[in-house]
Every structure is written in C-alpha cells, then in structure tokens.
Design a protein around this ligand. Structure first.
Ligand code: GLV
Length: 325
C-alpha cells in the first residue's frame, strides 16, 4: 500500500521526523529558512498532511492547492497563521501544541519582565562598552518586580503559569480576559479587572493573549497612556497585539518605563526599527518556548497530531474541534 504524502516545511528538533518517516512518505523543505509560499503551494498538491511552523501562512489559497489535505499540524500553540475556518470548511483537522510549552514560555515572560524592569540589557551594554569603571550609587536604577502589582492580559494556560510566577515573587496579580475565570480566581487568588482598570492599576503588564481580530493593537496609544510611567510592558503573545509605533513613542517619551518583547510587529523586526535602538526596550527573537526539552516536546506533539490526522483519528490537540461535527 502506498503511504500518504506529508509535507514538512522545516526540520523540527528531536526525533519527530523519524516517527513521520515511519508512517508516511515525506517531502521536507531542507533549507534553513522558512519555505516561500509559492514553493509550499507547489509541493503540497498531492499531500494528505502538512507539518508546518508558525512562519507558514496556511490560507485559502494554499488550501486550494491541496485538495487531498486531511490534516495540518503546526509546531506552535498559536494558530493565527492558519485560516481555521477555511480548514474546517474543507474538513481539515488542525493540530497545535498547547500545554507542553506553558512553563517555558512563562519563564521567558518573567525573564523579560526582570530584564526590562531591572535594566539588565543596558547593564550588559555598559560592561561591554568598557564603561564600568567603578560602583555607582545610582547606576541604572530600575523598578522592583517583587511585591509589585502584575497585570496579565489573557489568563489562558500560559497566563496562569505567569501568574504563579508572579505570586512566587510576592506580587498581587490582576488579570483581564474575554471571559472571567472563577476557577483560577479561586485557586490562584488572581483578581479580575477590565482592561482599562488593569492598565491603570498594574505596576507591570504582560500580554499573553492570542492574536485575533479583537486583540489586534489591543495595546495602542490610548492603552499605553493608561499605564504607569514606572511600568514595564511585556509581550509574549504575538507582535500584532501591540501597536509598535505607539510603543516606541511611549518608551521615548517616558510614558512607560520599559518594554520586554519576545514578539514584534513586524517580525522579524529590522535592526533599523525605532524599537530596536531604544535602551529601554529589551527584545529577543521569539524565544518564548525555546528550551531544548520544550521544543522537542512540541515537535513530538506536532508529529502525533499529524499521524493521528492521517489515519482519521481525533488529533490529541485539535485547534478546530468543530471539524468533528
Ligand atoms: C509560539 O509562539 C507558539 O505559538 O508556539
């Protein structure tokens, strides 16, 4: 019996490819960069499965090029690069990788919060520039993280993992979300606020909500204007949730103190972008889930989703469960 064809858009870490190769015929984009859309469209014609990354746009045009596609499996928790409705309409199950990355991504959010709030990037630059001549009583003073009020936008699984870290730092934790989470309020002791209330009351704010039409530019000039001048903004979600131009203005004018960004808009952010040159903006290149163990676990879960979809089984982690009717 001939094996189903799967297209893999990038070599994943760990042993996921071995599992895929045992079960399917595999076409792999071998280059060390995202596959261009036209190359993907050309490769996917006869495929039953697609194993992709968050850098691949899976839109209606691509789906039209893949009439036999049964499953799309992305090695990411985020699915904003995939047209879920179009997949559902075509009976294509979409797999993603929640849970396995919660703790690592929350670690990254906290690392950014600490780095930006305590000015660690500026400290590192100062040492590297040979400027460290003596101890200074007022050198690079930042603000405290411990004991402050943390506002989390989006109390999903990553948001809750961030909340637990905040509580461990003796922080009061506020959250806002599309729907209230009474179970998390009871188990964690986090407190609900509407967005404006959270922005005004929080000493630091972390954005951890998926990118949707409703959350696009949720943090705009008006939202930044509600934050405290001593506040740090951390974005661990998707770059599009924050208006980059408004953020650059707010950081330059001292409307807020600092930002820690794992994600940017545009992404990758060009070296000449105003945010990159700002000393109070600490940017890393979308490293939220980037521990070796977590990326291996994501690659394996994405392979398990793919293989389940090829055999018509329910995906272990399905992002469009309505496809099952
Ligand atoms: C990372 O951003 C992911 O969606 O997994």
């Amino acid at each position: 019996m001939t094996k189903a064809l799967v297209v893999v858009t990038r070599r994943p870490p760990g042993s996921a490819l071995e599992a895929i190769e045992r079960a399917a015929e595999m076409w792999l984009w071998e280059e060390d960069r995202p596959i261009p859309g036209d190359r993907l469209a050309a490769a996917i014609g006869d495929a039953a499965g697609l194993y992709c990354m968050l850098t691949d746009a899976v839109d209606e045009a691509l789906l039209r090029a893949a009439p036999g596609l049964r499953v799309v499996s992305t090695m990411s928790v985020g699915t904003d690069h995939i047209d879920l409705d179009a997949c559902t309409a075509q009976g294509i199950a979409v797999g993603h990788t929640p849970d396995v990355l919660n703790e690592t991504t929350a670690d990254t959010a906290f690392a950014l919060l600490m780095a930006a709030t305590r000015r660690l990037g500026e400290g590192r630059d100062y040492v590297r520039a040979g400027e460290w001549q003596r101890w200074e009583p007022e050198l690079l003073l930042g603000h405290d993280v411990h004991g402050s009020t943390l506002g989390i936008i989006g109390l999903g699984r990553v948001g809750q993992a961030i909340a637990r870290r905040g509580l461990g730092f003796g922080m009061r934790v506020l959250y806002t979300a599309r729907r209230r989470r009474p179970e998390a309020e009871a188990s964690l002791g986090v407190v609900y606020r509407d967005l404006d209330g959270l922005l005004a009351e929080s000493d630091h704010v972390v954005v951890a909500t998926p990118l949707t039409p409703e959350t696009t530019h949720l943090i705009d000039a008006a939202a930044l204007g509600r934050m405290k001048p001593t506040a740090t903004l951390v974005n661990i979600s998707r770059g599009g949730t924050v208006d980059s131009d408004a953020l650059a203005v707010a950081l330059q004018s001292g409307e807020i103190a600092a930002a820690g960004l794992d994600v940017t808009d545009p992404e990758p952010i060009p070296a000449g972008h105003p945010l990159v040159g700002l000393a109070n903006c600490f940017i890393v290149p979308h490293l939220g889930s980037s521990s070796r163990a977590t990326r291996d676990a994501m690659a394996d879960l994405a392979a398990a989703n793919l293989l389940a979809g090829l055999t018509g089984e329910r995906l272990p982690e399905c992002a469009n469960p309505e496809v099952y009717g």
